[in-house]
Ligand binder design. Structure first.
Ligand SMILES: *Cc1c(COP(=O)(O)O)cnc(C)c1O
Length: 371
């Protein structure tokens, strides 16, 4: 027998694959039940923006043609939105694609890249896949201003001459914890020029305007800053896979050399461009999220369950014991949540905020399982 695992490049041999949330269709097959709700992958419960749906219809006739490999229309819309030049933008097949492009372009086995414990599982995968050393920095404790969030002092002290990249998600997934504007700015300011500072803002839209920490304001000041954004969460287009990053044009130029020529498909380009223009949908999504978050927080308090205050569209809840049986019981009641034992949080589940009806159902289920 050929040992194909041994044949894989060393970084890949050590990888643990990403574990996605359980699809509804899978639970249907397993348990033979219907009326299932999925609160497991931080998807938008309102579905895609109606404007996006409309836009793809007219694009359907063009499916025999390759997409616009430069993504002109979407980049133009994004450049206007962010007040940057189009050559600062790199589009990706989800922001996951952009994270991987960054690792492929800038990391090699002599480099290390830094990220926090309990941060997005894609970072160590992207780093290790290219053979670089991944440096996971212990997170802050529950009893801190940023529960389970980045320990910025510790992260800073881990930087050495071989460090080439730092990943920070703000707000962070799966914890929901977030950094304040000042502390984040002070940290980025201290990051040396030879380190690419990747700030992942997948959930930025969910914080209210007054308290939003928007890293794009620092792009002019820091040439080594890269901001990633996605259409998968607030814009409701997870299935289409569109994300992007904003950076110095020279960084975008490097990424463009290794990007697959048609990494974003034509329907996705059309949908994202239209969604960007749908302020009403975004607004509604924020309102539904805020209301659902309140319901879930109240229920956690009722039941005496600890949780991390979140600025995303999900909450990390601590069940105070192995959460796997809790997860299973919830599945049997038709509700899919997300176990996070693979992140080192075996007592917790991550619960995505759904519609009001979905949250009422979630709360009933929590009463049945925990009450
Ligand atoms: C969901 C998520 C992403 C985005 O994923 P896509 O590839 O754009 O769907 C990026 N970062 C974090 C922290 C996320 O939770």
């Amino acid at each position: 027998m050929t040992d194909f695992k041994k044949m894989a490049v060393p970084g890949v041999q050590k990888l643990n694959p990403y574990i996605p949330g359980k699809p509804i269709s899978e639970l249907e097959r397993e348990l033979g039940i219907d009326n299932i709700i999925k609160l497991a992958s931080n998807e938008n419960p309102l579905g895609p923006s109606p404007k996006a749906m409309e836009a793809i219809k007219s694009e359907m006739d063009e499916l025999a043609l390759y997409p616009d490999g430069n993504g002109f229309a979407l980049k133009k819309a994004l450049a206007e939105k962010h007040g940057v030049d189009m050559d600062c933008i790199t589009l990706g097949n989800g922001s996951n694609d952009v994270l991987v492009l960054l690792a492929e372009a800038f990391l090699s086995p002599e480099h290390n890249a830094i990220y926090s414990q309990y941060s997005f599982a894609v970072y160590p995968i992207a780093i290790q896949a290219v053979g670089a050393e991944h440096q996971m920095i212990p997170a802050l404790p529950w009893q801190s201003n940023t529960p389970l969030g980045c320990d910025l002092d510790l992260m800073h002290s881990a930087i050495n001459e071989n460090t080439r990249m730092i990943f920070i998600a703000n707000p962070n997934n799966p914890t929901g914890s977030y950094l304040g504007e000042e502390e984040l700015y002070d940290f980025i300011k201290q990051v040396p020029d030879h380190v690419i500072m990747v700030l992942d803002e997948a959930y930025l839209e969910y914080s209210s305007e007054g308290e939003r920490v928007d890293g794009t304001q620092w792009l002019q000041e820091f040439e080594n800053l890269v901001i990633t954004r996605t259409f998968s969460k607030a814009y409701g287009l997870a299935g289409f896979r569109v994300g992007y990053c904003l950076s110095h044009p020279d960084i975008a130029n490097v990424l463009n050399r290794i990007r697959q020529p048609f990494n974003v498909n034509s329907l996705a380009l059309a949908a994202a461009t239209a969604a960007l223009d749908d302020e009403g949908f975004l607004q509604k999504s924020m309102e539904v999220n805020a209301a659902g978050m309140q319901l879930l927080e109240d229920k956690c308090q009722d039941l005496g369950l600890r949780y991390v205050p979140s600025k995303g569209n999900f909450i990390l809840v601590d069940f105070g014991k192995d959460a796997m049986p809790v997860y299973q019981q919830m599945l049997e009641l038709g509700v899919i949540t997300r176990p996070v034992a693979n992140y080192g949080l075996p007592n917790c589940l991550r619960i995505t905020i759904g519609t009001e009806a979905e949250m009422q159902r979630m709360i009933d289920v929590m009463d049945q399982v925990c009450g």
